[in-house]
Design a protein around this ligand. Structure first.
Ligand code: NDP
Length: 288
């Protein structure tokens, strides 16, 4: 084994601690806690688990977590009305509607209804546009967490070759935008990419966000590459990523484990985004 392990769990714990300290200062200055509203529609068990852990982490950081549970058959208009009320509520700094939504609800209609300045998930097209054009906004939590791990591991990313596998709106595309902004040379691969192994071979940075267990093979990697595995795949053998982790340990320079790599970063960044929203809305100066 030659690769360093990128400990996302430890990094996320440190980030949560820094957020909690800044929340305490915010409360002193603004006279209230930052507020995150999480909306859960229906009773999908995985979504319920995510919402519960987001709520717990919010409270642990000293913020107010407000959970709204709506029945699976809630009319779309009632959900939009709730989003409108949260948009107008001065105690709410962040609004998150847990996806996926039941099929009778148009996800796009809901996502675009959220005030972009409270869109701490960064899914609103206005925030996607801000990211693409270098304006201040909110960046989706998972790719921003990946970037934090990369910068912690590598320092300056300028000039490095990066390959992002996956082009979803919530991971692949914003990841590519973030790496472009760091002056990487970025290739975005997807299901139609020809000869993925040779595309991956030239990368100093590989971000795998596909959702296929252990698809990225060790022999595809450039020796010394930094590998960020976003994939979360449930298999009979347990949770595995998109990368052949055991093989990558012998070739890569550094690699994130699954679990314990990217996963813990997502909620930590959500807390950070919520704090930043609160600071912006109350004109409280944070620490960047
Ligand atoms: P999507 O299903 O939305 O996107 C998957 C992407 O992978 C698509 O762009 C698809 O290409 C591409 N793809 C599929 N098959 C191949 C292939 N054989 N070769 C190359 N590319 C391929 O997934 P998400 O982006 O939402 O999530 C990706 C993974 O990350 C999942 O495992 C998910 O569970 C995990 N995840 C983890 C998070 C966390 O750690 N907190 C948060 C979010 C996601 P095409 O566009 O051509 O179809």
């Amino acid at each position: 084994m030659t690769a360093a392990l990128i400990d996302g769990k430890a990094f996320a714990a440190g980030l949560r601690e820094r957020v909690a300290q800044r929340v305490a200062r915010f409360v002193e200055q603004a006279g209230r806690a930052p507020g995150l509203a999480v909306v859960l529609v229906g009773d999908d068990p995985a979504s319920a688990v995510y919402v519960r852990s987001k709520g717990k982490a919010t409270t642990a950081a000293g913020m107010a977590g407000i959970e709204h549970r709506l029945p699976a058959d809630v009319p779309q208009q009632a959900l939009l009305d709730l989003v409108d009320a949260l948009n107008a509520d001065p105690a709410i700094d962040g609004i998150l509607v847990q996806l996926p939504l039941p099929s009778h609800i148009d996800e796009q209609a809901v996502t675009t209804r959220i005030d972009p300045d409270k869109d701490v998930d960064g899914f609103h097209p206005v925030n996607a546009g801000r990211l693409a054009t270098g304006l201040e906004g909110f960046v989706p939590c998972t790719p921003l967490g990946c970037l934090m791990l990369l910068k912690d591991q590598l320092g300056d990313l300028s000039g490095l070759d990066a390959v992002v596998i996956g082009r979803s709106n919530i991971v692949g595309k914003p990841m590519a935008q973030l790496l472009i902004a760091e002056s990487c040379t970025v290739t975005v691969a997807h299901s139609r990419t020809r000869d993925l192994p040779s595309v991956v071979k030239r990368a100093d940075i590989v971000v795998a966000a596909v959702g296929r267990p252990q698809m990225v093979k060790a022999e595809w990697l450039k020796p010394g590459a930094t590998v960020i595995d976003v994939g979360i795949n449930r298999t009979p053998e347990g949770l595995v990523g998109d990368v052949d982790f055991a093989g990558a340990l012998d070739v890569a320079g550094a690699v994130t484990p699954v679990p314990g790599g990217v996963g813990p970063m997502t909620i930590a960044v959500l807390l950070r985004n919520t704090l930043i929203s609160a600071e912006r809305r109350e004109n409280v100066v944070g620490e960047g």
